[in-house]
Design a protein around this ligand. Sequence first.
Ligand code: HEM
Length: 403
Amino acid sequence: MTLDEHLGKPEFYRDPYPIYHRLRAEDPVHWSDIMGSWVLTCYDDVVATMRDPRRFSNAGRHALSLDRLPEAVREKARPIYDHYSVGLIHSDPPDHTRLRALVSKVFTARAMESLRPRIQVIVDDLLDAVQPAGQMDVMRDFAYPLPVAIISQILGIPAADHEQFRYWNDGINELTASGHTTPANIERGLPSFLHLRAYLRRLIAQRRQEPQDDLLSALVAVEEQGDRLQEDELVTTYQTLITAGFETTMNLIGSGLLSLLRHPEQLGRLRADPTLIELAVEELLRYETPFQRNWRVAAEDIEFRGKRIGRGQLVAQMLGAANRDPAAFPDPDRLDITRQSNRHIAFGYGIHFCIGAPLARMEAAIAFNALLRRFPALRLGDDRIEWREEIVFRGLKSLVVQF
Ligand code: HEM
């Protein structure tokens, strides 16, 4: 069996896990022509590659998939290539070490914790707005606007621009959503990409003139302190903070809620004991991992479990598959919100471990608690559940619930 036989088929996106189980059993280091990469599905293999940034590198991984494009398209896509050559998530040590230290200085656990009251207010406002209707589309009305409002507040993006942002973000997702970059998705994604970059540069220029009390002003200040953060690095890192921050959290809330509604006994336990919320969020991250395909590029020729990974080849780390590996999680297809020793890697592992993890965990916990407390009769409003047909993020197109 090959993964390529299943990519693009609706049933794969509805439930990819049987395919991942087969791949893990039959060919754990699998080559996909369509993705143009090796595909890892075993937990231990994914962790091993994340532990080894010297051989499995973050730098240049996007540029490589652009290299597969025809020459004419590649020139057009040059700004994207430049973008993906610098910045926090696109770099290895020592650049990564320097950038991570700078971003960590402003992205502290204390700063995130101080957002708690604000998150509660946004959650309550969003639920107040839908309550009279007795139903909502969780994705449109709650799971999307919540993280956008939070990340915009942290990053200093005016509320009037949120809708525009969504449009650009959807466009940018087109670039890689299928797992590989094609001339068609460059065509669709490039304008959004360029608009967002221009917008971010304008915002940075404004903060330089008039610093405010937000993360962007702090990053701009760091940039101005010397040559430790270049403007390109700043723009790219800032863009990563925005895009990494809401697509993933939105999917955690949407898919997480669906998982609970499909497992009434688990939902009942959580209702009966809200102190389980932290464990539950970890299990929901494992069970429907929001960011399913991460990747690295081989910095040298590597012998890996009997396969030869050539220098410069891409390696897809299938986080959603790793988080269902029976060797790492007993009975992995069972949702168990009290699961102990849950070592899931939904936030990655090692030096690139998600910098927004404390924030995402807090947002999700507040969101689920509020939903369950306010809507005792919460139920699925529509049986036709449609998953987005992409391999990088796993999420729902919509999720109608009634209360
Ligand atoms: C449920 C929500 C989230 C999930 C599942 C998630 C997942 C991940 C994963 C898997 C990585 C590792 C990437 C790699 O190894 O190359 C990562 C890195 C990162 N995440 Fe998240 N993320 C989430 C929320 C957030 C939020 C809310 C923010 C920002 C506020 C954020 C910002 C970042 C950044 C900046 C990195 C790069 C860190 C580095 O390269 O050192 N993420 N995330």
